[in-house]
Design a protein around this ligand. Structure first.
Ligand code: FPP
Length: 250
């Protein structure tokens, strides 16, 4: 039986987040320039987006560019931005065909003008799609996101729009860039590194974590299905005991 048909349709994670890692190592291993790894990684993005949409994942969030990635050589940063623009143009058809809405999180105003313009265009063109929401984290850092939320909340308190005592998890959640998304159920990181790298720190509080040695440019639909099957083999307890979970599912 192929991997996809083994997936239990009643236990699909609503929100899957992916740290796409290993592009540079993939390229070095073949004696190629790092940027060719990123180019190759675009096909993996397409396969992952399609695979997630096919099995009914409602939200897929991809870590495409972190606030720390600006420290990379200028040539690499420029290539990543060019790739983003090109991919957004090329993949619009895939998004429409699969009824996928695009959105982006992060400090988008600091992205190069061309990249921002293209991004906003595709976000607008796909705004009515409702099968799955694809979120690109671009110039994103979770600590920055939390700092931003604290600033917004503080301003509301100063302006008497909110009382300090009213701050709870919901209020914080509503001030994060991801406020429209469900919490992350499943986080995948490729390339064997076992780190979170400042990605969705608040949102992954109860996420299941999955690390695979596959380098991002080699990641294919079957790798995504394998990850989902692994997720489905786990028991999510959210702080409760196994017995409590069992009796509540009866
Ligand atoms: C990590 O690999 C990958 C990135 C920083 C960028 C991810 C970008 C893409 C897959 C290309 C285009 C994206 C979209 C959304 C169209 P790395 O360079 O850190 O790899 P290394 O750890 O082996 O050096």
């Amino acid at each position: 039986m192929d991997l996809k048909s083994q997936i239990d349709q009643n236990c699909i994670p609503k929100h899957v987040a992916v740290i796409m890692d290993g592009n540079g190592r993939w390229a070095s291993k073949q004696g190629l320039k790092r940027v060719l790894g990123h180019q190759k990684g675009v096909e993996s993005v397409r396969q992952t987006v399609e695979a997630a949409a096919e099995i009914g994942v409602k939200a897929l969030t991809l870590y495409a560019f972190s606030t720390e990635n600006w420290k990379r050589p200028q040539y690499e940063v420029d290539t990543l931005m060019t790739l983003l623009v090109k991919s957004l143009k090329n993949e619009l058809e895939t998004l429409q065909k699969n009824n996928i809405r695009l959105q982006a999180i992060g400090r988008l105003e600091q992205l190069p003008k061309k990249a921002r313009k293209q991004l906003l265009e595709v976000i607008d063109q796909t705004k009515d799609n409702d099968h799955m929401i694809l979120t690109l984290a671009l110039n994103y850092g979770a600590k920055e996101e939390i700092v931003n939320a604290v600033k917004c909340i503080s301003k509301k308190i100063v302006n008497n729009e909110l009382k300090a005592e009213e701050i709870d998890e919901k209020v914080i959640n509503n001030h994060l860039y991801t406020f429209t998304l469900p919490v992350v159920d499943f986080l995948i990181r490729t390339s064997g590194e076992k780190r979170i790298s400042n990605f969705l720190l608040w949102q992954i509080a109860y996420a299941e974590l999955y690390f695979t040695d596959v380098l991002w440019p080699d990641f294919r639909k079957k790798d995504f299905y394998e990850a989902i099957l692994n997720y489905q083999s786990r028991e999510r307890r959210f702080g409760k005991t196994s017995e409590q979970i069992e009796s509540s599912s009866k």
